[in-house]
Design a protein. Structure first.
Length: 463
C-alpha cells in the first residue's frame, strides 16, 4: 500500500515549522496559500499521500486540511479532492505606458528570416515522432555521441547530397542547436587556432557578427556589388562566412566566378569557408544553386538548419565539416555539454527518411511563391516606382526605394502597425559598400489569413 500512495500522489514541497506537528503543518500550508505559491484551484495531495511523504500520521494531515477548510483557505469536495480555495487577488495597477506606445504590437509582421509557423506540419510531425520513439533503442535516451544521433546524421547525409549537392559523410556531420550554436562552436575553434578576424559579407545578420565577436574574433566586411560578395581579393584573411546560394539580405546568388575564386583562395592559403545555406531550399524562377561545400569539402564547412524549412523552435541545425575540423568540434561540443534534444533528432530523421520532409518543403515552396507573386502584383498596382529584387529564391524580397526615403518609409510602416526592416539594419558598420535605401520584406512570416492585410499595410507605407 505504501508504494501505491507514493506513486499515485502529487508532490508538494512543505516544511512544517513551530511547535507541534499539526500546528506546524497547518501554519506551513496556510503560508503557501497566503503567499501565493499555491494558486487558486491547485489540487493538494491526498492526506494519505502527504502523510507518507512527510513521515507523519495520516490523521495529522487530515486535521490540518480540515482546519484550513474551516478557515476558508482550502475546499474539499467528494470526487474533487482538496484544493486551494478560489479568492480574489489584488494586483498593483500597471504603470501607464508612454503615449507613443499606444499603437501596441504590430498588427502585421513582414520581418525577414521567419517561416509561416501556422503551416508547421503538426500531424505529420506527430506521426513521425510516434514512429521514431517506438523504434528508438534504449541507449538513445542517454547522453550519446556529441555529434548527434546516427539516425539523423545518416538521414541528413542522404538528403543534403541529393537536394543540396553536399558531399556529406555521416561521420563528418555534427548536429547542433540551430545555426547560432554551430557558428559559436566554429568561432571558438578558429580563435583557439590563433585567428583574430574573420571576413564577412557587407550585408548580413548582426546577431551572427555579435556571436563571432563574443568568440574573440573581429569581423571584416568584404565589398559587395551586382555579382554578390567580392571574393577575389582576400589578402590576410584565413576564414570567411558567406551565404552563397541566396545572399541575405540582398538575395543574389554568388556569381560562379566568385564561387570559384573563394574555393581557389581556400586551397591556396589553407583558408576555411563557412557556407551558410540560408533558405537555400526555396527557389522559384531558376535552377537551384548547389551548396558551395560541394566544390571542396576539405576547405568548406556547410551550415544548415531546419529553422526556415520547419520552425526555429526545433533548435535543429547541422555542420558538415572538413576532416581536419571534426575532432576539434566534437571535442569542444562534448566538453561543454552542448546537447541537442534527442527525441527531436530522431523525429527529424524519421521525417526525412519517410519522405514527409520533401513533401512539406515542396508544398511550402508553392505557398511562398504565391505570396511572392502577390507581392509583385501589388507593387505594380500601388507602388510602380518601387522595384523588388532578390526574388528568385528565399523568403524575402528587397524593395528598392528612392534615395533618402528608407527611414521615413520604415516610420510610415510602423504607423500602419506593420513590422518591417530597413536595409540599413543589415549593413555591417564597417562596410565600405555605398549605402542603398530599401526595405527587406519577409513574406514567409504572416499566416495565410493575414497575408492580404499585410500587403495592404505595406502598400500604404510605400512612396
Amino acid at each position: 500500500m505504501a508504494k501505491t500512495w507514493a506513486t499515485l500522489g502529487v508532490d508538494l514541497h512543505v516544511e512544517p515549522t513551530g511547535s507541534g506537528i499539526r500546528k506546524g503543518l497547518t501554519e506551513a500550508l496556510r503560508e503557501t496559500v497566503r503567499g501565493g505559491r499555491l494558486a487558486p484551484g491547485t489540487r493538494l495531495p491526498s492526506s494519505r499521500s502527504l502523510a507518507a511523504d512527510l513521515g507523519v500520521a495520516r490523521n495529522t494531515v487530515a486535521d490540518s486540511y480540515a482546519d484550513l477548510v474551516a478557515e476558508g483557505w482550502l475546499t474539499a469536495r467528494q470526487g474533487s479532492g482538496t484544493r486551494v480555495a478560489e479568492r480574489s487577488v489584488v494586483r498593483p495597477a500597471p504603470e501607464a505606458a508612454p503615449r507613443r506606445r499606444e499603437q501596441g504590437r504590430p498588427a502585421f509582421d513582414l520581418t525577414p528570416g521567419h517561416p509561416d509557423l501556422a503551416s508547421f506540419p503538426r500531424a505529420a510531425w506527430l506521426k513521425a515522432a510516434r514512429r521514431a520513439l517506438a523504434r528508438a533503442p534504449h541507449d538513445a535516451l542517454g547522453y550519446g555521441d556529441p555529434r548527434g544521433r546516427p539516425e539523423l546524421r545518416t538521414a541528413l547525409a542522404g538528403y543534403l547530397s541529393r537536394a543540396r549537392g553536399v558531399r556529406a559523410d555521416p561521420e563528418r556531420i555534427v548536429v547542433c542547436s540551430g545555426f547560432s550554436d554551430g557558428l559559436t562552436l566554429l568561432g571558438v575553434i578558429l580563435r583557439r587556432r590563433g585567428l583574430r578576424s574573420l571576413a564577412v559579407e557587407s550585408y548580413g545578420l548582426d546577431t551572427h557578427w555579435k556571436l563571432l565577436h563574443r568568440a574573440g574574433l573581429r569581423t571584416t566586411p568584404l565589398p559587395f556589388d551586382g555579382l554578390g560578395t567580392d571574393t577575389r581579393e582576400m589578402t590576410g584573411v584565413r576564414a570567411v562566412l558567406l551565404t552563397p546560394a541566396h545572399q541575405f539580405p540582398m538575395g543574389v546568388p554568388l556569381h560562379p566566378d566568385r564561387r570559384a575564386a573563394v574555393v581557389a583562395w581556400a586551397r591556396r592559403t589553407g583558408g576555411l569557408v563557412l557556407d551558410d545555406d540560408y533558405d537555400g531550399e526555396f527557389r522559384y524562377d531558376r535552377q537551384p544553386v548547389g551548396a558551395l561545400q560541394g566544390l571542396d569539402p576539405d576547405h568548406v564547412v556547410h551550415l544548415g538548419t531546419a529553422s526556415k524549412s520547419l520552425a526555429p523552435a526545433l533548435r535543429l541545425g547541422w555542420l558538415v565539416l572538413p576532416p581536419s575540423l571534426v575532432d576539434e568540434v566534437v571535442s569542444l561540443k562534448g566538453e561543454g555539454g552542448w546537447s541537442t534534444g534527442v527525441l527531436d533528432q530522431l523525429t527529424l530523421a524519421e521525417f526525412i527518411t519517410s519522405g514527409a520532409y520533401d513533401r512539406h518543403v515542396r508544398a511550402a515552396r508553392l505557398r511562398y511563391r504565391r505570396r511572392r507573386d502577390a507581392l509583385i502584383a501589388a507593387l505594380a498596382v500601388h507602388a510602380p516606382d518601387v522595384r523588388a529584387t532578390g526574388i528568385a529564391a528565399g523568403l524575402h524580397a528587397v524593395l528598392r526605394l528612392p534615395p533618402g526615403t528608407e527611414e521615413s518609409v520604415v516610420q510610415a510602416a510602423a504607423f500602419q502597425r506593420l513590422a518591417v526592416h530597413g536595409l540599413a539594419r543589415h549593413r555591417h558598420p564597417d562596410a565600405l559598400t555605398p549605402r542603398q535605401d530599401a526595405l527587406v520584406v519577409g513574406y514567409g512570416t504572416p499566416p495565410d489569413h493575414a497575408w492580404s492585410g499585410a500587403l495592404d499595410a505595406l502598400c500604404r507605407a510605400l512612396p
